[in-house]
Ligand binder design. Structure first.
Ligand code: SAM
Length: 345
């Protein structure tokens, strides 16, 4: 179902069309990362972010005994920066691993392949294609980019939010009454208790279900880093960003980054519903600080001229300060069963 042949679609289908339509979709034709793009993600902000993720992976691996071959699999790798830096660190420390990227956008795969031309990486279209056993899955800012359904409660009825395309080609919101219990039954998840608004991503649910089939032993895990709410009450969190500014979702069709703020409380429920275990949820600030990012900044900036030192600390601040990414971004560590490994949490 796409806006090409329907003039009214549920919000998640609209978001999917805007971001992932094969020809026009935002992620299918643009390189949105960095100063010249629309937004900056943590790996593109500072190499220290990827270094901390690499150290976390190595610690997990050592904790589990590194005799077995381990696979590092990045889900939704953007311009490939994080995998590139992680591979460099593994090389420097002479630690062996196989690297994979699961990426939906062929356009971004091309960019990733160019960046990683000197590295040994395998690309896969879907998590279902993973046949390996000891898998560390990394997902930085993936879940916020997955299409999400929205529902609103009016009096005692639930309505799903739809997007309507008008004759003049412009969009507006509309809503259609839905039986929320049917959806709750289908996914065996309580979405509506004490809520007036629901954001539920079927795509996230399906991705977690597929990942659950690949996280089968104690040497496998999933690390999710994303902006996220941890309160039970859900709110409308949809946003659109164009050239580093917030705009209306309908203002720049196919040209702006549409995302939402995944509710980590609901995400935890989805993870548990799929028989996985949430070992910890913390803020990006706490996670990176426990891994030693401030010490790393000190080491990197030693003997550097003032301007370069200031640049390192400015980037550190953006990663960990509560006014920037430090508080809003959360980290979730998921395994098959409760793990004794708790670095960063
Ligand atoms: C917001 S970007 C984050 C990129 C990168 N992780 C970073 O932090 O710079 C989201 C990425 O997820 C990819 N993506 C979206 N849905 C996906 C899916 N179902 N499977 C794999 N990749 C997906 C997008 O194409 C894009 O590369």
């Amino acid at each position: 179902m796409s806006l090409n042949n329907k003039n009214i679609v549920p919000f998640d289908k609209f978001m999917s069309d805007m971001l992932y339509d094969v020809k026009k979709g935002y992620y299918m034709k643009t390189n949105p990362f960095g100063k010249s793009g629309d937004f900056i993600t943590a790996p593109n902000l500072s190499v220290m972010f990827s270094e901390m993720i690499a150290i976390w992976c190595i610690s997990f691996l050592k904790n589990k005994g590194d005799k077995k071959k381990i696979n590092i699999i990045e889900l939704g790798a953007g311009n490939g920066e994080m995998t590139f830096q992680i591979i460099n660190i593994f090389k420097k420390l002479r630690i062996k691993a196989s690297f994979y990227i699961v990426e939906k956008s062929d356009h971004l795969v091309k960019i990733q392949k160019k960046k990683l031309s000197s590295c040994n990486v395998k690309w896969l279209k879907s998590v279902s294609n993973i046949m390996t056993k000891n898998n560390i899955f990394l997902a930085n800012e993936l879940f916020d980019a997955l299409p999400v359904k929205q529902f609103v409660k009016k009096k005692n009825s639930w309505f799903e939010i739809y997007v309507k395309k008008n004759f003049d080609g412009k969009f507006n919101y509309t809503k259609i009454e839905k039986n929320i219990e049917e959806i709750e039954k289908k996914f065996k998840i309580n979405l509506s208790k004490n809520q007036k608004f629901i954001e539920f991503s079927v795509d996230s649910y399906n991705l977690i279900s597929n990942l659950a089939k690949k996280i089968k032993n104690s040497k496998s895990c999933l690390l999710i880093i994303d902006y996220g709410a941890t309160q039970k009450k859900m709110l409308n969190s949809i946003q659109a960003v164009y050239k580093h500014n917030y705009i209306n979702v309908f203002d720049k069709p196919y040209l702006s980054d549409i995302s939402y703020c995944p509710n980590f409380y609901l995400l935890k429920k989805i993870v548990e519903r799929n028989n996985l275990f949430v070992n910890g949820i913390t803020t990006q600030r706490e996670f990176l600080e426990k891994l030693g990012i401030t010490k790393r900044a000190e080491i990197l900036s030693k003997n550097l001229p003032f301007t370069e030192k200031a640049n390192i600390y400015y980037r550190l601040k953006r990663l960990i300060d509560e006014k920037y990414m430090g508080q809003l971004f959360k980290v979730m560590f998921i395994t098959k069963k409760k793990s004794s490994f708790n670095l960063g949490f």
